[in-house]
Design a protein around this ligand. Structure first.
Ligand SMILES: C[S@@+](CC[C@H](N)C(=O)[O-])C[C@H]1O[C@@H](n2cnc3c(N)ncnc32)[C@H](O)[C@@H]1O
Length: 205
């Protein structure tokens, strides 16, 4: 898939802007900080790439203190990732308004370390499950999930962690999920936000 034209049907930011409101960058800062502190403690040294909205609150509250180096993308995040041949970082902060899954797909292909940590905000998957909306194309294609399958959408809503784990396994082949922390049901209409952090180990061939 051409990620630069990644489907944005599930974009939370777009939906919010259509209603004339501005998206909020950090609705649950304490939770976001806790997930980052949890993941960084798993690494001896942390070279961090901030994929969305670098040098913001998470930089000031966490990464500026605990990272051994910190870099942020510039311009469109997905294009920036796609333009890199390799991504030499220990930790990836993936904090978009909508779907983090397009970025995760690129990271899986470009990351060169054998063990990486990722911390994500998901304003998309459970949200679409809640409203029986449309899943992002990358999710439909990766899992063979159809947005018209209303039973599946309900299942995503009620068992978000199980579906997330399945999606990550298929979205990021070549990696093994060492550990995954998920917090969902936070904020918004019908509690649609989800936050998760996970550690991946490269599968030895
Ligand atoms: C939830 S906020 C990130 C908050 C930030 N990490 C912090 O610590 O405050 C999402 C950010 O991603 C940016 N963003 C959204 N889509 C983007 C894209 N396609 N390319 C680059 N930045 C994007 C928004 O402008 C916003 O700054």
């Amino acid at each position: 898939m051409n990620v630069q034209s990644a489907d944005t049907r599930g974009s939370k930011a777009a939906a919010i802007k259509r209603k004339g409101r501005q998206p909020v960058d950090n609705s649950f800062p304490a939770l976001k900080i806790a997930l980052r502190e949890w993941v960084v403690a798993e690494f001896m040294s942390a070279r961090v790439l901030d994929v969305y909205g670098g040098y913001g609150l998470m930089y000031r509250q966490v990464w500026s203190r605990v990272s051994s180096s910190y870099e942020a993308t510039d311009g469109d995040s997905l294009a920036w990732l796609q333009d890199r041949e390799s991504l030499d970082y220990d930790l990836f902060d993936v904090d978009p308004y909508g779907s983090p899954f397009e970025a995760l797909q690129i990271i899986a292909k470009r990351a060169i370390r054998n063990r990486i940590g990722l911390v994500c905000t998901d304003g998309c998957l459970r949200r679409q499950g809640t409203y029986r909306g449309n899943l992002p194309k990358v999710v439909e294609q990766t899992c063979g999930w159809g947005s018209e399958n209303k039973a599946l959408m309900a299942s995503i809503y009620y068992n978000y962690p199980g579906h997330l784990r399945y999606l990550l396994r298929h979205l990021m082949p070549g990696w093994f999920i060492e550990t995954l922390a998920v917090r969902y049901g936070k904020g918004g209409g019908k509690h649609t936000m989800a936050y998760f952090a996970f550690i991946l180990k490269r599968v030895e061939s």
